[in-house]
Design a protein around this ligand. Structure first.
Ligand code: ATP
Ligand code: MG
Length: 347
């Protein structure tokens, strides 16, 4: 059973605490995604799990065993990096077999695993090619193949798709997810990309400044972010925030309100005319930019000097210079305390 357990895990570089005593239990077969801003300690955490980075404090367990002092090799974990380090002078087959370089398996078993990985990853026809003759996505699959043949008890991915273009990233995202569904191997995946986090994760771990802020399923984090940081991090475009107060008739915006009111751009509907619909909040402002996305249009407004993003149906989309009114339906608002930035509730 490849459960992974972090108990008060610490990493210090000199005086810098890169990871500040984090606790996390990862279940067997789970797909856990770490997100957070640059420098928050995601890679460091992953590298401690892999055994590439010495642990400064706390305990790391894989299965029932404490592995703090174990070599990477003894941990039976495979890591796939952003710059996937495949060798240009080797064929695809040789690159994949490099994952078994130190293995004591006999040749027939090695060949069988390479063929199988090639088949699962759609590389069968390319096994004798060199990387120069592969697309970016195919190269990334070779790197995954190299990790796969080792039959690891866990996969670690550190921003594996960030060098790929948007379309390929979307495709590889699905492929990695399918691979996980097929193999059922415990996976820890680090990304900057909140869409990857939302679409791939069983659970998302939000990190900031070496600490874990929140852990939950994608929908838990989307519906009930613990604070403004997670609320702004999960969901695209980011949640709007305006100051407001709770009045008997609903939420009112006011510069010195006791609340930070969060409204997701998809819940804030812009129009140029008045709406008769019941709404929890109304905002109005000057349209400063419009971004047609195809099915709908994003509308940027200046609301009392603040940039707010709303959504409009294409046929009702305002144009730059219009004065637009936006409505957020009842139940769509997130209310945060101004001082602590913690979620108080939904409205
Ligand atoms: N070898 C090192 N020596 C000193 N400090 C380091 C070292 N490696 C990382 N750090 C510091 O530890 C902190 C966490 O770094 P880490 O690489 O884990 O961040 P990250 O979350 O992966 O960021 P990114 O999203 O940019 O990859 C940073 O402040 C970084 O500067
Ligand atoms: Mg990193």
């Amino acid at each position: 059973m490849a459960t992974i357990e972090l108990q008060k895990l610490v990493k210090r570089y000199g005086k810098v605490d890169a990871v500040k005593g984090i606790d996390l239990s990862i279940a067997h077969g789970e797909f856990v995604v770490f997100v957070g801003p640059s420098g928050c300690g995601k890679s460091t955490t992953l590298r401690m799990i892999a055994g590439l980075e010495e642990i400064s404090g706390g305990t790391l367990k894989i299965g029932d065993e404490i592995v703090n002092e174990r070599d990477p090799k003894q941990r039976n974990i495979a890591m796939v990096f952003q710059n996937y380090a495949i060798y240009p002078h080797m064929t695809v087959r040789q690159n994949i077999s490099f994952g078994l370089y130190t293995s004591k398996l006999d040749k027939a078993e090695k060949d069988r695993r390479i063929e199988e990985a090639g088949k699962i990853l759609g590389l069968e026809a390319l096994l004798d090619r060199r990387p120069a003759a592969l697309s970016g996505g195919q190269r990334q699959r070779v790197a995954i193949g190299r990790a796969m043949v080792r039959n690891p008890s866990a996969f670690l991915f550190d921003e594996p798709l960030s060098n790929l273009d948007a379309q390929l990233r979307a495709q590889m995202r699905i492929e990695i997810k399918r691979l996980h569904q097929r193999l059922g191997t415990t996976t820890v995946y680090v990304t900057h990309d909140q869409i990857e986090a939302m679409t791939m994760a069983d659970r998302i771990v939000v990190m900031k400044d070496g600490e874990i802020l929140q852990v939950g399923t994608p929908s838990e984090l989307y519906d009930t972010p613990a604070d403004v940081f997670t609320a702004r991090f999960i969901g695209s475009p980011s949640m709007n925030l305006v100051r407001g107060s709770k009045m008997s008739e609903g939420i009112r915006t006011s510069i010195d309100g006791e609340l930070l009111v969060g409204i997701r751009p998809h819940d804030l509907i812009a129009s140029t005319g008045a709406s008769t619909e019941q709404s929890a909040l109304q905002l109005s402002g000057l349209v400063t930019a419009v971004e047609p996305l195809g099915p709908e249009t994003l509308v940027h407004l200046d609301v009392d000097g603040q940039d707010v993003i709303a959504t409009a149906q294409n046929k009702f989309a305002p144009v730059v210079g219009d004065h637009a009114i936006c409505h957020a339906p009842v139940g769509s608002l997130y209310l945060f305390d101004v001082a602590s930035e913690k979620l108080l509730g939904r409205w």
